[in-house]
Design a protein around this ligand. Structure first.
Ligand code: NAD
Length: 370
């Protein structure tokens, strides 16, 4: 039987509450579907700081590096607002991204039919929406050097960030986007600002070359990132996969996310390069939301973003496509039945807490897997 190593980092706030519902799905898949998950669990964020004085311990980092996939809940909260900058809760997540070299961030924006009325756009514009934003995560202006504030000596200061991309960084993120497009509707839209940025000119060239060399079966178009932002809110269903850099991806993925309703619904995946020997990619799966200290401990958090992140894990780390489809279908069915947590509550629906939402989704998943 396949052994699939999962390292679980529930984190802080609602992270552990949402992760508890995923653990039930893992237990079911091991017991009834022979999934062969071997799980280990660690601490990250404030909980790791309380235990070790670090946002993640070296031991837990080693476990994350050895796992096939990391499941991450959320970190942070007012309790740790005043801890030193280097050990703040988010430092644990940044260390994981850096050491696992997770250069590709995948943010699906899916609008479940039952929630189309919750979008800020007209229901007909978002109903059935299913787009995937592939954001470059380890390069670009957030990391480029020089990055500093210098004193100009005349009472003025200058803040400097550097947007920098090398060919290999663009090639590998474009490759991820093309490969994912092949598993979907086979269309990629690349977004940059080649009209005003040299890095955009190179981005555009390298995406074209990568496409020509290896992925000419995929339909490719280009859009300036600002026009892309407009199109995302004007006619979002025109897109399948969008590939873009770190900065534009940060903004465009948040815009796309909000087309679909609540933060409690949004999963994400971050992937690294394939291992030279095993071909497996390092990977981390996490909901987009934070630790939601305002509702933590109340049993009312929406676990769907965390469960949908696990569905992405099934799909991208373990190639369990049917199981991933079934888990996503289970979420849609539960929503169709009018079952809602408070954040997505609608008139006429039945409000439930975290555990009931998780267990209802599991029951649907079991029915679909039978
Ligand atoms: P947040 O995402 O935690 O919460 C924003 C709002 O959305 C809150 O009102 C919250 O109750 C609600 N919400 C979020 N997830 C929900 C869910 N699953 N179900 C129901 N409601 C949900 O963002 P914030 O309030 O800006 O940040 C809180 C803490 O989380 C901060 O310490 C912040 O630094 C941290 N944070 C962590 C991550 C991460 O771990 N990746 C991401 C963002 C923020």
């Amino acid at each position: 039987m396949a052994v699939r190593k999962l390292f679980i980092l529930p984190g802080d706030g609602i992270g552990p509450e949402a992760m508890a519902e995923v653990r039930k799905i893992i237990a079911y898949m091991n017991a009834e579907l022979g999934a062969g998950f071997v799980t280990d669990e660690g601490l990250v964020g404030g909980s790791a700081y309380d235990a070790h004085g670090q946002a993640i311990s070296e031991g837990d980092m080693a476990k994350a590096l050895a796992a096939d996939a990391v499941l991450f809940g959320a970190v942070g909260g007012p309790k740790w607002d005043a801890v030193p900058y280097e050990v703040r809760p988010e430092a644990g997540l940044l260390r994981l991204r850096k050491d696992l070299q997770l250069f590709a961030n995948l943010r699906p924006a899916i609008c479940y039919p039952a929630l189309s009325a919750a979008s800020s756009l007209k229901p007909e514009l978002v109903e059935g929406l299913d787009i995937l934003i592939v954001r470059e995560l380890t390069g670009g202006v957030y990391f480029g050097e020089p990055k500093e504030i210098i004193d100009l000596g005349n009472g003025q200061k200058r803040g400097i960030d550097t947007q920098v991309y090398d060919t290999y960084e663009i090639e590998r993120i474009a490759g991820v986007a093309f490969e994912l497009a092949r598993t979907r509707n086979n269309r990629v839209c690349s977004m940059e600002k080649r009209n005003v940025m040299k890095s955009g000119v190179l981005w555009n060239q390298v995406v074209n070359e990568t496409h020509k060399a290896k992925y000419s079966d995929v339909q490719l178009e280009h859009m300036l990132a600002d026009a892309g932002g407009m199109q995302l809110v004007r006619q979002p269903k025109q897109f399948d996969v969008i590939v873009t850099d770190n900065l534009f991806g940060d903004m465009l993925s948040d815009v796309a996310a909000m087309l679909t309703g609540s933060l409690g619904m949004l999963p994400s995946a971050s992937l690294g390069a394939p291992d030279a020997v095993t071909g497996k990619r390092k990977a981390l799966y996490e909901p987009v939301h934070g630790s939601a200290p305002d509702i933590a401990g109340k049993g009312i958090a929406n676990p769907i973003a965390m469960i949908a992140s696990f569905a992405m894990c099934l799909r991208y780390s373990f190639n369990l496509t049917k199981e991933a489809d079934n888990l996503e279908k289970a979420i849609a069915t539960v929503l169709d039945k009018g079952i809602r947590t408070g954040d997505i509550m609608a008139e006429g629906a039945r409000q439930v807490g975290t555990i009931e939402m998780g267990e209802t989704i599991l029951a649907e998943f079991k029915a679909l897997s039978a």
